[in-house]
Design a protein around this ligand. Structure first.
Ligand code: ADP
Ligand code: MG
Length: 262
């Protein structure tokens, strides 16, 4: 089983990266795709959203310094087919400690190589901190595809342009020349406003083929689920948020051929 590595990186906070990382991972797992969620944000929101307690020494902090392996940090979750590489506060130190160290941009890629080679996970999804610091750059160096969570709001296109320019820079700098834009997930869609519809249309016009059909609605249920340590699929399985993430998972499986063995 070959792993496909996705990173949900975006310098902006509060746009639905973690919500998408957690619930897309859960929906893929529900559909039988063995998925590893990598929490690379020292705030550990994805870890707690899965109901897993922060524990010192549990994160990639050690493996990124060359101490211990990523495989030994992986934990099962309450969900079938869904595994987690947790985060905790230590990881914040990596941001500073790694900067400028030898080969610092390739640390995550090296740490994840044995995970990939283990053949245990079909999809690996990395949730990044809301900055383009050392950790996010490491995720861009390690990933096959960048998934962009884009909030349906005024100036969304400008934010998107910025992310796409960063993607080009990373490729041109030789950090990861084969990194590709995997797709754009439109988040926090407010069905009542005309603006939200216009934003989705504009982004679709700008990037035909790359914007997922499934648009994630703004719903209170999606923001409540993490406080119960549950994915939306467990918290409210028939809600619009669940449906949206299930549909997104279907598209991701089809686009990246995740149901085939290789
Ligand atoms: N579709 C949505 N509807 C309602 N609230 C959402 C939605 N997506 C995210 N949120 C909430 O918005 C906040 C920011 O989302 P989050 O996924 O943590 O963003 P990021 O990881 O980009 O910082 C969180 O409180 C989250 O629960
Ligand atoms: Mg987040």
């Amino acid at each position: 089983m070959r792993s496909v590595i996705f990173t949900i990186a975006n310098q902006k906070g509060g746009v639905g990266k973690t919500t998408t990382a957690v619930n897309l991972s859960a929906a893929l797992a529900e559909k039988g795709v063995r998925t590893l969620l990598v929490d690379l944000d020292p705030q550990a929101n994805a870890t707690s959203a899965l109901g897993i307690e922060k524990r010192e020494g549990a994160s990639l902090y050690g493996p990124l310094r060359g101490e211990g392996t990523a495989i030994e940090k992986i934990v099962p979750t309450a969900y079938r087919n869904l595994f987690l590489l947790p985060s905790e506060e230590d990881l914040a130190a990596s941001e500073i400690e790694l900067a400028g160290a030898e080969g610092y941009l390739g640390r995550l890629q090296a740490a994840l190589a044995p995970v990939r080679e283990s053949g245990q996970y079909r999809a690996i999804i990395i949730d990044c901190p809301p900055s383009l610091g050392v950790l996010s750059m490491n995720s861009l160096a390690a990933a096959d595809y960048l998934l962009i969570a884009l909030q349906c709001e005024y100036l969304a296109l400008e934010g998107l342009g910025q992310i796409l320019r960063n993607l080009d820079r990373i490729k041109q700098a030789g950090v990861n020349p084969s990194l590709e834009l995997g797709g754009v997930v439109m988040t926090m869609f407010d069905t009542r406003t005309k603006l939200a519809r216009q934003v989705v249309e504009e982004v679709r016009k700008h990037l035909p083929d790359r914007v997922f059909e499934s648009v994630i609605p703004r719903t209170i249920r999606l923001s409540e689920a993490p406080s119960f340590g549950q994915t939306i699929l467990a918290y409210d399985p028939l809600s619009p948020g669940s449906t949206a993430y299930r549909n997104l998972a279907k598209e991701v499986i089809a686009r990246f051929d995740l149901k085939s063995a290789s």
